[in-house]
Design a protein around this ligand. Structure first.
Ligand code: AHR
Length: 664
């Protein structure tokens, strides 16, 4: 049933395995520590792409809540009128709420009385999720015309308006802008996302709306907070850090559409939002600088703060604004770390967070080896470096000009490498760090993903991608004395039609539910099963297959080498918990054949026969999880026996295994 492209995925391995004459052996020296494992190796990278925050993690349910998504019409809103009532709605820029929210929605009701009603309804991000016995916080700003004073009904209704799932009344509306808040509580409803949020009246007159908001319960019940189910998926990964806010989203197409952190803080009614022209949709900036930091705090992640480095993707370097951009970055660091005696630390306290955040890493820009960025990066990096180090000497600075491009006058502490490649090519990429000069800056693999080539590439990674990722990660783990951080990208995708701008993405969702891809589960089991000491290991008789990368670029992040190459179909690494003596052996069988492997462990007094294993496997490379089949491929934990200083185990085809071996 698989197309030719799929057979090519890891299919070369079978021939190689048949050709292998002796059983492959993994030799592990438990007493020979090759390096210290980086506790920061596994983290997250995030930006506004694929409806990651709006329509994703940020729990706001109203799309186009400030009526700025489109300046011609109130997109995603429609008029509700029934029972013979009549009215109209339109965008209005007269008498706006404030200088940030310059457009409001004007509802004119020409005919309504008794049971008739006229109102406005919002479709949500591909639906409003209705769940039983749930409290939703609705709020909006309104201003009434001379002949109107309410009341207004606020409700969550079915899309055909026949069912009201929850409703509340606002009795009176005044002629001045004012915020109104109600709680909408559902009863024993059947969960559905075929729902709208609506505000209507049965009285004639005119009323204007601004900043219309609806929140379900959020993680930690934080106001303006995050969606619970997606936060749970992230919490389960125990990520060490969050790289934000991008990615291309940080840079924007032009200086004006960069992530300008100063307009993303303060009350949401004071945030103008901005066009995310990197990914072509409006960003509410509800997920602003403080919300990113609170997200870090809630999951105990270190913030890895990427600052705008005076370069945007279409307009190029803004070196004439370099001083302003450097000052913005220094101010931003003060907002994050400053105490309340500082200007920006005081602003953070005013915004609701008195305690400064810990910050260790600041990244200067994004992918500055690409486009024309490389030509000015040295100048720009030097300016940021000197200003930031002068004020914050302990901060570690990350350069985005990749480890293959190091012509910088100021030596960065860390270099950010990005790889989007076919699974085999990504697996191969990992080996380069075995020979990386340890005297050079540390490495942050700030973006990576295995991407099965078209036409088999899917919205979220399939098992074949997960195998490529796992093979790559065994290399990063082996070299994590120098590769200190890694993060998959992109992290999120709203799986609805039109929700995706970039394929593939780690976690998928719609309005109602979310799921982890096989690659998500690989990261999860790798991160939950790593320890402090990297062990020396050696593979003997490891079967190989020939792989020829496609000619040309492997996506943004670098060209793939065109030469045919021999790649192992078994990838592995071993770490040891110095305290308990437990050895964690990770084995990735990327081939289409079950593979018996001899494991030899030296440098221990004894190995317990009983151990444990966590494994992910499937029938074929295209096996995957989807919104309708979210747990098709998940890790399975089981007890194992027969372990010792020398034992043979069979690793099933297309599998990722972590063996927990108790040694003394
Ligand atoms: O992850 C998607 C994009 O890929 C990022 O925004 C950018 O940094 C890279 O090119």
């Amino acid at each position: 049933m698989f197309g030719a492209g799929v057979l090519l995925l890891f299919g070369f391995a079978a021939n190689a395995l048949r050709a292998a004459e002796a059983t492959p052996a993994l030799e592990i020296r438990a007493d020979k520590v090759a390096g210290q494992f980086s506790p920061m190796l596994y983290g997250l990278m995030t930006e506004e792409i694929n409806y990651s925050y709006d329509g994703g993690l940020y729990a706001e349910l109203i799309i186009n809540r400030t009526f700025k998504d489109n300046n011609q019409s109130p997109v995603w809103w429609h008029l509700v009128q029934d029972g013979g009532a009549a009215g109209s709605m339109s965008l209005d820029t007269n008498q706006p709420l404030n200088a940030a929210l310059t457009t409001s929605l004007k509802l004119e009701v020409s005919q309504a009385s008794g049971n008739q009603r006229v109102g406005v309804a919002n479709e949500g991000y591909w639906g409003i999720p209705v769940k039983p016995n749930t409290r939703y916080r609705a709020s909006f700003y309104a201003r009434a015309g001379a002949s109107f004073s309410g009341p207004l009904t606020v409700a969550i209704t079915s899309t055909n308006n026949s069912t009201v799932f929850a409703s509340a009344q606002v009795r009176q509306i005044t002629g001045e802008w004012k915020k109104y808040e109600v709680t909408l509580t559902t009863g024993k409803v059947t969960p559905t996302k075929d729902a709208n949020f609506a505000i209507w009246t049965s009285k004639p007159g005119t009323v204007w709306f601004s900043m219309v908001s609806l929140f379900p319960p959020t993680w930690n019940n934080r106001l303006n907070g995050n969606r619970v189910d997606i936060m749970q998926l992230l919490a389960d990964m125990k990520p060490a850090f969050l790289r934000f806010p991008g990615g291309n989203y940080l840079e924007g197409g032009t200086f004006d559409t960069r992530f300008n952190w100063k307009i993303t803080v303060g009350d949401i009614s004071q945030r103008p939002g901005h066009m995310d022209d990197a990914w072509r949709y409006w960003s509410s900036d509800g997920m602003g600088l403080l919300e990113f930091l609170e997200w870090c705090e809630e999951l105990r992640m270190q913030p890895v703060l990427a600052v705008y480095a005076a370069y945007s993707m279409r307009s190029g370097a803004a070196t004439n604004k370099l001083d302003e951009c450097v000052q913005d970055a220094v101010d931003e660091i003060e907002y994050v770390t400053g105490d309340t005696n500082t200007k920006w630390g005081a602003q953070r306290a005013k915004d609701g967070h008195r305690k400064p955040f810990n910050l260790e890493y600041v990244e200067i820009g994004n992918e500055d080896n690409l486009g024309s960025g490389g030509r000015t990066y040295d100048q720009r990096f030097t300016a940021f470096h000197d200003a930031i180090k002068a004020r914050y000497p302990k901060l570690k600075l990350i350069s985005t000009a990749t480890s293959r491009f190091q012509a910088l006058t100021r030596v960065p502490d860390v270099i950010d490498d990005h790889y989007y490649r076919a699974p085999q090519a990504l697996a191969q990429t990992g080996f380069q760090y075995d020979n990386y000069d340890r005297s050079k800056p540390k490495i942050f693999v700030g973006e990576y993903a295995s991407q099965t080539p078209a036409p088999n590439r899917q919205m979220t990674p399939c098992l074949g991608d997960a195998l490529g990722d796992a093979a790559f990660l065994t290399s990063l783990e082996r070299d994590s004395d120098v590769v200190i951080m890694s993060s998959y990208a992109p992290l999120f995708v709203n799986v609805n039609p039109g929700g995706m701008q970039w394929q593939t993405d780690l976690i998928g969702y719609d309005a109602m539910t979310s799921f982890g891809s096989p690659s998500y589960y690989v990261q999860k089991i790798f991160n939950l099963n790593h320890v402090d000491a990297i062990l020396t290991d050696n593979g003997v008789n490891i079967p190989k297959y020939e792989y020829t990368p496609p000619v040309g670029r492997g996506g943004r992040g670098g060209a793939t080498p065109p030469q045919p190459t021999q790649l192992p179909s078994l990838d592995f690494n071993a770490t040891r918990d110095t305290k308990s003596g437990t050895i964690y052996l990770k084995v990735v069988n990327t081939s289409d054949t079950d593979q018996a492997v001899q494991v030899k462990i030296s440098g221990v007094t004894s190995i317990a026969s009983a151990g444990e294993m966590v494994a992910i496997s499937g029938k074929g490379p295209l096996d995957t999880n989807t919104i309708n089949d979210p747990t098709h491929i998940i890790p399975v934990t089981s007890k194992v026996s027969g372990l010792g200083t020398s034992f043979t185990r069979t690793f099933s085809k297309y599998s990722v295994t972590v063996l927990l071996i108790k040694g003394r």
